[in-house]
Unconditional design. Sequence first.
Length: 473
Amino acid sequence: MTRITRDHLDFAQFLIRERDRCRAAGVAEYVFTIGEYDLNYTAKILRRIAEVLGEHTLGRIRRVDARPADLSALRRLLPEMPVDTGSSQDTDVVVDFALPSGQEIAPEVRLITEGPIGTIRLSRPQALNALTLPMIRAIDAQLRVWADDPTIKAVVVSGEGGKAFCAGGDVLAVYNAGLADRQPQNPGHLTVSFFRDEYTLNHLIHRFPKPYVALVDGISMGGGVGVSIHGSHRVVTETTVFAMPETGIGLFPDIGGGWFLPRFPGEMGTFLGLTGVRCKAADCLYVGYGTHFIPRERLGQVGDALAEADWPQASDRAGLDAVVDGVLRGLGEDPGTAPLADDRGAIDRCFAHDRVEAIIAALEQEGTDWARGVLAKLDGHSPLSLKVALRQIRLGATLEYEDVVAMEYRLSQRAMAAHDFYEGIRALLVDKDKTPLWRPASLRDVSPEMVEAYFAPLEDRDLLLSSHLGRAA
């Protein structure tokens, strides 16, 4: 770790040299320490580093880990920077250096510039392209470079392997890290950094200033939904399977589920968020996850057509979107009738309630084969997760997106300190007995106080983002 001193006030040569060293090593993340100066001087150094990174297109400051005693003061001095609390007696700066065109950072993701198109290829097919923390950080860093590059007109993201676009986040890694060492207040711990960085990436995509085209071929769940639904264009195929199954593993429909689920038509979002029911292409378009349907055999033409398109010279967002819309319409088809449309009336009746017990009572009153099937699904899910998820969806309907991110980060950290996530992963992915022992075991034992505790602020550990490219406020 390099220590910054007064000798580095001309940071350009220093940062370029360190950037080149990181590229040679095939890594993007770089951490250095600022010496013990007064806080005003430390803030001056940090501002100058940020300026040089931007001026020379070197990358960006991802996080400043302040000494605990300096946290509040540095946040006041640097409201534009992502200042967090560190665990050492120094101020550490985490920098993401930008990639050169075509270079990969994480071996599981390919980041390539192809003419006017930035291409992200999730390349972890043996794990259904589940997102690891290095993948998340690599994508985040490169998206920020493409956002500022006037020659890049759009970004296209896809998954390799043929089975999955992205089946979620690497929950096994989080599970193992949490079991080995539960330190929910340690900012470097995977149970903290994974969710913090994943939600920041989702927010960056949500606010991305250019067309972001997700080619959702195969399975898309959890984290895969996060790197697709927040983009401007989501292409589904005949192999697409979209679901939010988190309540079945003791979690909650995160990655912005509190934002998009209550904005699906009627009570579709509540239904999908609580049950984890899987949607195929027609249902994806019906609920609003997909924006276009293109058969898999034509999916390879999307990138070529966008690369060869007649793009406007200026970065006019409406003009850029019009080009993408024209390409996708030209390759698209009608996916047919959405099966969920037939169940819309029953879904809206049963899932309009604000208590899980009332939803179950309504399903029992419905008395159909469909309702009995839904009841069977809910019966296997974590009672605490069901109640937390319903509260999340109801609150999310009234919140701005940045507030949803803050809420969901709180929920993630409460889940990491509780029992059900670890039990859900054990039962589904580790022992694979599919018989989780939830705590509490029944809905009646989940008190309102238990639920509300999940939503309480994390004090100085909250994730607060601005409306500009996912940067912490």
